[in-house]
Ligand binder design. Structure first.
Ligand code: 5GP
Ligand code: ZN
Length: 114
């Protein structure tokens, strides 16, 4: 999508610190990290929110979770643990309308979230 921030980041039109890239996904450092590790993983295809997923997106989203967990383990978080977070719309705290998963770790998170 032409005017989507994360589509532009995935396409290299806006600079970012790349963590991983392939033909389906792009992963990069969050610009405002909330933990020592804070990586965002996005599908290259534009999907606005979790509400827009269809059953056909199951493999895409499943593989995205596998990738997120792999990145967390590659960051050395496999033993201590980490958090994967999806935000959806206003109440969920979504600020960028392109589906993404936050990979966060390196500190202890509280539950429930604030
Ligand atoms: P959300 O609140 O939508 O779940 O998460 C959006 C995330 O994108 C936030 O953690 C925010 O810091 C990050 N972000 C927003 N704009 C940019 C940007 O231009 N570059 C990078 N690397 N991260 C961004
Ligand atoms: Zn997009």
């Amino acid at each position: 999508m032409a005017d989507c921030l994360f589509c532009m980041i995935a396409a290299g039109k806006i600079p970012s610190k790349k963590v991983y890239a392939d033909d389906r996904y792009y992963a990069f450092e969050d610009i405002n990290p909330q933990a020592p590790t804070h990586v965002l993983v996005i599908p290259r295809v534009h999907i606005t929110t979790l509400n827009d997923l269809t059953p056909a997106d199951g493999p895409l989203m499943g593989d995205m979770l596998l990738l997120a967990a792999r990145i967390a383990k590659e960051r050395g978080l496999g033993e201590q643990g980490y958090r994967l977070n999806f935000n959806c719309l206003e109440d969920g705290g979504q600020t960028v309308p392109h589906v993404h998963v936050h990979v966060m770790g390196g500190r202890r998170f509280s539950w429930p979230p604030g």
